[in-house]
Design a protein around this ligand. Structure first.
Ligand SMILES: [Zn+2]
Ligand SMILES: [Zn+2]
Ligand SMILES: [Zn+2]
Length: 396
């Protein structure tokens, strides 16, 4: 599977980046006709990283591809805190613990030797903590501990994503090529950088940001990217990750459910299994709330060129239970048309124009002028009910 994805990444036949829309900057355009459900392109992230609290709480993911390593049955047992439970249809489980390998030095786990090899070649030589993984005095441990104390769940970013970006440059034989890839992401001005970091780290972000910068410099400093270690440079590195980082989730249970849905069963058996799955999710939620998945984030070059629309014609999916993204057409898209995704969650997307625009302005620093927003331009500037409630919660 890994090899075929790598080839599909080379998707020059499907889509191209356009610079013609001056106001939007980059946009991604189709080069052929697509039908609803077609994969427009697949992409691996340049870097990705599991969130630190997620890892801390034993959501076991491959260090490289973020696939969930637990069997679906073990995941059910852990998340319900009931070791006696089993799962039917083990043939629907996608995990294969027999291929898992550990880094011989630091013992972090990979789903397969290929992932371990890639991680080592790309960044892990620099970031491997050897036998000191739990040593509180190790500079990387300190960095992670610092981050965990600033950024609590629900998490949206990891300091390790930035550490991996630095390690990627450090280890690369062609540093300028790597730097060019990073420079392709959406850039923001100095003022916008601060606004984004404020959003990510809270109001009093200056001091923790400076602490992180000093710790990162001590741990990872490299001459070729010295501009990343200055106060402004470090702040804009955070802003880059905040503006372009894409959330990634993987779950053995979700993958198991997906495969169960494709089983050829009698109507009666199907109904029985559907009922079981509904109950399974209820039972998971009761004990673990909404924290069901391995969670992390990553930087995707091509996807970052997709602009937002409140009426998107494409959507992001993670079809392989790992960090490989597939962008799928939600409707027929003719050749030469812009591909738009939604930067908002399903729930936020259903809010009023005013609410949607507020969220986009705050998180992505632009005012949406998509067809839906334009058609609603005459509506009064009211926030939808849900947001009113949230604002009231914040005030209290
Ligand atoms: Zn992997
Ligand atoms: Zn290691
Ligand atoms: Zn809009």
């Amino acid at each position: 599977m890994a090899a075929s994805v790598q080839q599909k990444h080379d998707c020059d036949d499907n889509v191209e980046i356009s610079f013609e829309n001056v106001k939007k900057g980059k946009s991604l355009i189709t080069k052929k006709n697509f039908n609803e459900g077609d994969v427009l392109f697949e992409e691996r992230p340049l870097v990705s990283s599991q969130f630190l609290w997620n890892e801390f709480y034993k959501y076991e993911a491959c260090e490289y591809c973020l696939c969930s390593l637990e069997t679906a049955e073990n995941q059910r047992r852990r998340l319900t805190e009931n070791p006696a439970l089993t799962l039917p249809h083990p043939e629907c489980d996608v995990t294969d613990p027999s291929t898992n390998v550990k880094c011989p030095q630091c013992q972090v786990t990979y789903c397969c030797p290929e992932c371990q090899k890639r991680a080592w070649e790309e960044y892990h030589q620099t970031l491997c903590m050897g036998s000191s993984r739990q040593d509180e005095n190790h500079p990387l441990y300190k960095l992670q501990e610092m981050w965990r104390n600033i950024h609590f769940p629900p998490e949206s970013c990891s300091i390790m994503l930035i550490a991996k970006m630095i390690a990627l440059v450090k280890q690369s034989k062609n540093k300028s090529a790597v730097l060019e890839k990073f420079s392709g992401f959406v850039k923001t001005t100095e003022n916008e950088d601060e606004a984004l970091v404020h959003k990510m780290m809270g109001e009093k972000f200056q001091e923790p940001l400076e602490m992180l910068r000093q710790q990162m410099t001590e741990t990872m400093y490299d001459d070729t990217i010295q501009h990343w270690f200055t106060p402004e440079g470090f702040c804009s590195l955070f802003a880059l990750v905040g503006r372009n980082g894409q959330g990634i989730g993987s779950s053995s249970i979700s993958a198991w459910v997906k495969n169960c849905e494709e089983l050829a069963l009698s109507d009666e058996k199907k109904e029985e299994l559907d009922l079981f799955i509904d109950q399974l999710y209820e039972e998971l939620e009761k004990v673990s709330g909404s924290f069901l998945d391995c969670e992390g984030s990553g930087l995707y070059s091509l996807q970052s060129t997709c602009n937002h629309s409140c009426l998107p014609n494409a959507e992001i999916t993670f079809p392989y239970n790992n960090n490989v993204m597939a962008v799928v057409a939600k409707e027929k898209i003719p050749s030469g048309q812009e591909i738009c995704i939604s930067y908002l969650s399903e729930c936020d997307l259903s809010r009023s124009r005013h609410s949607r625009q507020n969220i986009l302005k705050e998180n992505y620093l632009f005012t949406c002028d998509c067809p839906k927003c334009l058609s609603e331009a005459d509506e009064p500037d009211v926030t939808s009910d849900e947001e009113d409630e949230e604002e009231m919660d914040e005030d209290n």
